[in-house]
Design a protein around this ligand. Structure first.
Ligand code: ZN
Length: 491
């Protein structure tokens, strides 16, 4: 099959055909979580966006090395250069060792991702495990003349760099505008320019997460870990660097400057950013009182939620929007997603119950090619979903006997759902109804009751057949006798 995947490159601001640097292989780096709190919808959107890209690239036959880092050092309170380390602060407040905080939130993050059916990346490096590499990287930037030491800290010299290379090319900003909107230095400042950012910070006496370096006992600046670990695991140039749009500036802008300074060239071919999630039109954040963690979604334990939301509904809700559009969350929107997903699941289950005809009574569009075309168009998942719904109408028409489908057409419709709904969109019906093993056992038990009922009906044992139907009805089941047998669902 001929595929022409295009991706929107934030650097050139256009969709470009995807051509990997090394034939057959793809290197993908995605900025991962900062582990000092529980994951929320924003984390879910980034993880699901790049999981979809990872699944699609793998499906197309590429061998993908997917690196997603763990930010466990140098992420400070105010901006990248100031305030207490967020993990250290959490450790102080909860009287834990900082690495206990990291592990606790990382375990929870992994659990959330598993529930969302987000595949684990190939490598998950910790910033704290790459201090030596980060020190070596700083040395290269110093040697190139784009950094300076000041009071035991090392800063990237943005104005000096900007004389040779445009700083701000990713975010489309220019240095004059940036200077006019940045607070002025107070004379006491170690930095030469307010735009300079820390590569290494000397640790204050109360700072507990620190390491030895040629400049001071301290810790690396936040932007550095991604340049360093990207180079270490994917080489000095690699294909895709992803992350949320909120990371585009300053984080990714600084990454570009660091790699040009240290390596003499840019590291990344395609910059890919997912857009943000708003809640009722507002930015999501603790200060807006609209901050819902993924755990709260899964349990329903939050005032903005009417009930628990199955993880697959969150995943489907996110994929119903294109990853570059903003996505507004509301209970009503989630409920609509839940209903829509249920319809697709019901349809999918119906495919196997349809008896094939000699010939189809209608012409079936080539949904598979159309769905590939949508995925190739910068991962247009909402269009893929609309094709699934169009295919559903045909499947349901065949199920109710309105139209006939040939064996070949039925097989193609099944393939469409298998490849796109389950494989690429990653809908896992097991976890959708709450844990795959227990839900399989549950479904098996209800199917068994249906068989006993069918057997009773065949023997004209109406008492048993009615008993099963009525009792299951009381327990909240819908039971429908159709031309092709019995269908059941939970009300
Ligand atoms: Zn990063």
């Amino acid at each position: 099959m001929n595929h022409n995947l295009t991706l929107y490159n934030s650097l050139q601001r256009i969709k470009q055909p995807f051509v990997p640097i090394h034939e057959g292989h793809v290197g993908m780096y995605v900025c991962g979580p900062t582990v000092y709190g529980d994951a929320h919808l924003g984390h879910a959107r980034a993880a699901i966006t790049f999981d979809t890209l990872f699944r699609y690239l793998t499906h197309l036959g590429y061998k993908v090395r997917y690196v997603r880092n763990i930010t466990d050092v140098g992420h400070l309170e105010h901006d990248a250069d100031e305030g207490e380390d967020k993990i250290q602060k959490k450790a102080r407040l909860e009287q834990l060792e900082p690495m206990e905080v990291v592990q606790m939130y990382l375990n929870r993050y992994h659990k959330d991702m598993e529930k969302l059916n987000v595949l684990p990346p190939s490598i998950e490096p910790h910033a704290s495990g790459h201090i030596i590499e980060q020190i070596e990287y700083i040395k290269k930037i110093l040697e190139a003349g784009y950094a300076y030491e000041s009071e035991g800290s090392v800063y990237f010299d943005v104005p000096k760099y900007n004389q040779d290379h445009p700083y701000g090319k990713l975010s489309g900003r220019n240095i004059e505008d940036m200077i006019s909107t940045t607070r002025e230095l107070d004379g006491q400042d170690e930095k030469h320019s307010p735009l300079d950012f820390a590569l290494w910070k000397k640790a204050s006496p109360e700072h507990i997460m620190h390491w030895p370096s040629p400049w001071s006992e301290g810790f690396p600046g936040w932007h550095l870990e991604c340049s360093t670990m990207g180079e270490k695991y994917l080489g000095s140039t690699f294909d895709i660097h992803g992350g949320g749009l909120d990371l585009l500036f300053p984080h990714h802008e600084c990454e570009i400057a660091q790699s040009v300074a240290a390596q003499g060239h840019e590291a990344v071919k395609y910059w890919v950013h997912n857009n943000m999630i708003t809640i009722g039109g507002k930015k999501m954040g603790k200060s807006y009182n609209n901050f819902i963690t993924l755990e709260q979604f899964f349990s329903g334990d939050h005032p903005l939620l009417e009930k628990a939301v199955p993880p697959m509904v969150i995943r489907f809700f996110i994929l119903q929007a294109h990853y570059r559009s903003t996505l507004d969350f509301s209970s009503a929107a989630l409920e609509a997603s839940e209903k829509a997903l249920q319809k697709l699941i019901d349809t999918y289950k119906r495919i196997d119950t349809i008896t094939p005809a000699e010939k189809s009574s209608v012409e079936i569009p080539d949904f598979i090619s159309m769905a590939y075309e949508a995925m190739d168009d910068d991962l247009n998942t909402p269009i893929v979903i609309s094709h699934l719904f169009d295919a559903s109408k045909i499947i349901n028409g065949a199920s109710s006997g309105e139209i006939k489908l040939s064996k070949e057409d039925l097989a193609k419709l099944k393939e469409l759902f298998d490849v796109f709904l389950i494989g690429l969109l990653g809908m896992d019906f097991g976890s959708e109804s709450g844990g795959s093993d227990s839900s399989k056992a549950f479904e098996g038990a209800v199917d068994l009751l249906m068989e006993i009922r069918a057997d009773a009906k065949a023997k004209k044992d109406w008492a048993t057949s009615d008993l099963i139907r009525n009792k299951l009805g009381e327990l909240g089941f819908n039971i429908k006798d159709t031309k092709n047998g019995v269908e059941w669902s939970v009300k």
